[in-house]
Design a protein around this ligand. Structure first.
Ligand SMILES: Nc1nc2c(ncn2[C@@H]2O[C@H](COP(=O)(O)OP(=O)(O)OP(=O)(O)O)[C@@H](O)[C@H]2O)c(=O)[nH]1
Ligand SMILES: C[S@@+](CC[C@H](N)C(=O)[O-])C[C@H]1O[C@@H](n2cnc3c(N)ncnc32)[C@H](O)[C@@H]1O
Ligand code: SF4
Ligand code: SF4
Length: 330
């Protein structure tokens, strides 16, 4: 940080994390993230240029953001990503640069991402069964993701965190298989509660709480709680004694982690959001076209200042509009 006071919102939460989305296109169509039909494809004029994304990142860091997570859609499908990341990682004051990906293109890209200065990868992987994986992602090839995880290690990354959206009747039978990866592969695994963003018929039957996940694992293994680090996200972390990888739960629906919220978001189209579930958005385009750094910084400060205290979504109740996670970046 460049000597200024930490960025805080009106609830005195320290805001040091920006989720920056570089595209809302994706090479998969996970059924819980995107509707089968109807997601608007963004033409090149609809998404921010890399220069515009860089300007947002620089302003955010100037204000006190210390960690940027690149997300999407699928960030790796955007041409020119690696050069952009190399510039981003050189921003003075940026301490952590991370990327969330479905892993499909990691086998080809891991070494370049590492060289560009990305420090950590989170990989979304909802099934270890090739057929089930194909069904959840509407066509994905599990073997490519597993090869991508190996490529990430070979490139020099620490073990990518594996994000599993846990859904009743879909993949809850694989909880122990995933937990065992923390011992066999040594990678951290986080179980994310399914969030009702695309409310297609039957969505409420999918809900499976983080506590239930822990109970399933506790039937076979003892779990020790682990302390969270300063830049950690919303997960609560545990470890099977002796395992190299941790086990986390992200209780977006059943639990409340909003008290510790440390982040803001900017979508690929330049909409800034103070909360994932808030319908409130600020259009940053007027500050980017033409570029006006001071006005952009002021807009980002307003987003931090107007962050809501939290957002209670419960399986069965919701207050937000239907949206696709791919458009917001998760
Ligand atoms: N409700 C809610 N869910 C979030 C928030 N941040 C991330 N998630 C969800 O957590 C899951 C994992 O997100 P990641 O992209 O891996 O980011 P992270 O959990 O911040 O990652 P770390 O930086 O590694 O802790 C995704 O499903 C996100 O939608 C948040 O602020 N609120
Ligand atoms: C929108 S994706 C973008 C990055 C990349 N395409 C990926 O899948 O990792 C970011 C995260 O959001 C999660 N996500 C998407 N829809 C979700 C939902 N309905 N409930 C919970 N998590 C969701 C994904 O599993 C992923 O971990
Ligand atoms: S979760 Fe990620 S990989 Fe799956 S459809 Fe959404 S953006 Fe694509
Ligand atoms: S729901 Fe909103 S306030 Fe709560 S942790 Fe997520 S982004 Fe932050």
């Amino acid at each position: 940080m460049s000597g200024q006071a930490p960025l805080r919102d009106t609830y005195n939460r320290r805001i040091n994390y920006l989720r920056l989305s570089v595209t809302d296109r994706c090479n998969l169509r996970c059924f819980y993230c995107m509707p089968a039909e109807g997601v608007q494809d963004v033409g090149h004029c609809g998404v921010l240029s890399f220069e515009e994304l860089q300007m947002i990142a620089e302003c955010a860091v100037r204000l006190g953001i210390e960690k940027i997570r690149i997300t999407g859609g699928e960030p790796t499908v955007r041409a020119g990503l690696v050069d952009f990341l190399a510039k981003l990682s050189a921003i003075p004051g940026l301490r952590h640069l991370a990327l969330t990906t479905n892993g499909l293109l990691l086998e080809q890209m891991a070494a370049d991402l590492y060289r560009a200065g990305v420090q950590r990868l989170n990989v979304s992987l909802d099934s270890l069964n090739p057929q089930r994986f194909r069904e959840i992602t509407r066509g994905g090839d599990l073997h490519k993701v597993l090869a991508g995880l190996d490529a990430a290690l070979a490139a020099g990354f620490p073990h990518p965190k594996i994000n599993v959206v846990i859904m009743r009747g879909i993949n809850d039978a694989e909880i122990l298989d995933f937990a065992e990866l923390t011992r066999t592969r040594g990678c951290p695994v986080r179980f994310i509660e399914y969030m009702p963003v695309v409310r297609e018929e039957g969505w409420h039957r999918l809900c499976f709480s983080g506590q239930e996940v822990l109970q399933r694992i506790a039937e076979k293994y003892r779990l020790e709680p682990i302390d969270k680090g300063a830049f950690s996200g919303p997960s609560q972390d545990f470890r099977i004694p002796g395992a190299m990888g941790s086990i986390g739960i992200i209780t977006a629906v059943s639990g409340h982690f909003c008290n510790d919220c440390n982040r803001i978001r900017v979508t690929a189209r330049g909409q800034a959001k103070g909360c994932l579930f808030s319908d409130e958005k600020t259009d940053l385009l007027p500050f980017l076209r033409p570029p006006d750094c001071q006005a952009l910084c002021a807009a980002l400060q307003r987003i931090v200042a107007s962050k809501p205290e939290g957002h209670a979504i419960k399986c069965g109740e919701y207050a937000h509009s239907n949206f696709s996670m791919a458009q917001v970046g998760g």
